[in-house]
Design a protein around this ligand. Structure first.
Ligand code: F6P
Length: 544
């Protein structure tokens, strides 16, 4: 169990409030002048990853107080509780063991409710491996003997964002001849455009849903099934073209998927932390099982680092603490995720769910309303595209928005000149956001006094730089795990439960009420909602 606390009662919290009063009169630029070692003092290395948090207002005092705060909040005990399978998802009575999914290679039992879950994890991994090999070698064929070359993953949220992000990021590793699609939106346009491109005979539909009840996924799965049967005729052929990734065996069976084609996972794997489980089957089929294992291994190495490194050298801990500093003391309530790598274009979307669904909460572990902020709004876009969209706001907006810049040194494309341009932009942006451009500097090149103020950049905008040497499955696994643990640390400090998501339920429930009301003549909603329902009914019929 996690102990409950009020972080604002920590002595360190008060110290940090005072330190902010001093820090706000400084600039990050000044901190670099004062300490020539700043870059070394405020950066960390992990294998082929470098994390630089020196372009922030953190000083040694601030760093020490943030670490004191983490200790006050019982972080070490919480880490221990998670890794050993204590039921820290208290509102749902579940353990949180996505970390166990990636160290199944290590022969240490992990007992949960009397069962060694490592054995079960290994069984599912073995089944996934075998299946990937059978598909790749052509031992598992479509109904008319054609090789499976098209994968369609149908899922949403954690059953889509993780696998989609990873397969996009690892495009250079795709198995030759495999084409993978992801369908998530209940808007039928999503599945329609995929179905238009594919052939039933060589397609494998992966129905990915932890609960196997999610409205969007079930609607898309039924559409796919109807399309398939319309083309193929015989429902027996479903066995060669549909597999399920789920914790709900009964619902999978009812859908018509055979037991041997259900890849199981468990309630102690949160949806947004599930890409490491059977939910990763689309990844394994797309990049090959061996590369999927490398992804797990990279994550597992980050887990070891997170478990053992002292807080001041611990990358997820320090990233989380910098975030706490920004949200709770500097009052910066947004965070931009800016990967300078086109292959990571889905990474901001993935982190939106991971972070905001985990820590977007206003109730503490006692069920009381918090009087401090929790997760910032996460948004982002691949660089350099974002530069031509919203960076104006990052540089000259009225709000200060901390940014995580993510760069990959070695491109997998052949155009070294473009990679140089990309990386130069990454570095330059962090420098520009920090240094800004003073009126004196502007005056050197702009003589029109009316125009001069518009060209001033205040600077002093904090950034973190996360640099990977290469975008390999292993390094990607480490980076994802790093962010997962950062989210965990922040949830611990904020004294909230990071592993439930009750906030998504109300809208889902009401959608079903509204759906029924489309069929009725009266309803009991407010004026606005009722007008929208009636408008839909009027216009939808008019357009048929
Ligand atoms: O949106 C809520 C949510 O429960 C997410 O947490 C989850 O990742 C997603 O729906 C999909 O759920 P399932 O895998 O059960 O279909």
């Amino acid at each position: 169990m996690l102990q409950s606390h009020n972080p604002t009662q920590a002595k360190a919290w008060k110290h940090l409030e005072n330190l902010y009063q001093q820090a706000k009169n400084k600039t990050i630029k000044q901190l670099f002048t004062e300490n020539p070692q700043r870059s070394e003092d405020f950066s960390l290395n992990f294998e082929n990853m470098y994390v630089d948090y020196s372009k922030t207002l953190l000083t040694l005092d601030i760093k020490n107080q943030l670490i004191e705060l983490a200790k006050f909040c019982g972080l070490q005990e919480a880490i221990q509780a998670m890794f050993t399978g204590q039921k820290i998802n208290q509102t749902e009575g579940r353990a949180v063991l996505h970390t166990a999914l990636r160290n199944a290679f290590i022969n240490e039992p992990l007992i949960l409710d009397g069962v060694d879950i490592k054995i079960r994890i290994k069984q599912v991994l073995e089944k996934m491996k075998l299946f990937c090999n059978r598909v790749q070698t052509g031992e598992f064929l479509g109904y008319n003997g054609k090789k499976i070359t098209t994968i369609v993953n149908i899922g949403i949220g954690g059953s889509d964002l993780g696998p989609y992000m990873v397969t996009e990021a690892l495009k250079p590793y795709w198995v030759k001849g495999i084409q993978t699609y992801f369908v998530s939106n209940v808007d039928a346009n999503h599945i329609k455009f995929v179905l238009e491109k594919i052939k039933a005979e060589d397609t494998l539909f992966i129905i990915a849903s932890k609960t196997f009840t999610t409205q969007e996924t079930m609607a898309n799965a039924q559409t796919a099934k109807a399309w398939f049967l319309n083309d193929v005729g015989d429902s027996q052929h479903i066995a060669q073209h549909f597999v399920a990734l789920s914790t709900n065996s009964k619902a999978v069976k009812d859908f018509g998927i055979a037991e041997d084609l259900q890849f199981e996972f468990w309630d102690w794997v949160g949806g947004r932390y599930s890409l490491w489980s059977a939910i990763g089957l689309s990844i394994a089929l797309t990049i090959g099982y061996k590369h999927f294992e490398d992804l797990l291994l990279g994550a597992s190495k980050m887990d070891d680092h997170f478990k053992t490194a002292p807080f001041e050298n611990n990358i997820p801990v320090m990233m989380a603490l910098v975030g706490i500093w920004h949200v709770n003391f500097c009052n910066y309530n947004q965070l931009a995720i800016l990967p300078y790598n086109q292959l990571l274009h889905r990474f901001p979307a993935f982190l939106q769910q991971a972070d905001m669904e985990s820590n977007g909460k206003y109730v503490n572990r006692h069920g009381e309303t918090l009087d401090y902020s929790t997760v910032p709004t996460i948004f982002g876009e691949a660089g350099t595209n974002g530069q031509h969209a919203f960076y104006q706001l990052l540089h000259q907006g009225t709000q200060i928005i901390p940014c995580d810049f993510i760069g990959v040194v070695n491109a997998t494309s052949d155009h070294k000149n473009q990679q140089d341009i990309l990386f130069a932009n990454f570095i330059a942006q962090t420098e520009a956001l920090m240094n800004g451009l003073s009126i004196e500097e502007v005056c050197k090149t702009e003589t029109n006094t009316k125009i001069q103020p518009f060209k001033v950049f205040q600077g002093n905008r904090p950034t973190m730089s996360i640099v990977l040497k290469d975008l390999t499955p292993y390094n990607l696994g480490s980076m994802i795990a790093m962010y997962e643990h950062k989210i965990f640390v922040q949830g611990v400090i904020w004294n909230i439960f990071s592993f439930d998501q009750f906030g998504v339920e109300l809208g889902k429930k009401l959608a079903n009420v509204v759906l029924k009301d489309f069929e009725k003549n009266t309803n009991t909603h407010d004026g606005s909602t009722e007008t929208l329902i009636n408008l839909y009914k009027k216009w939808v019929h008019a357009s048929i």
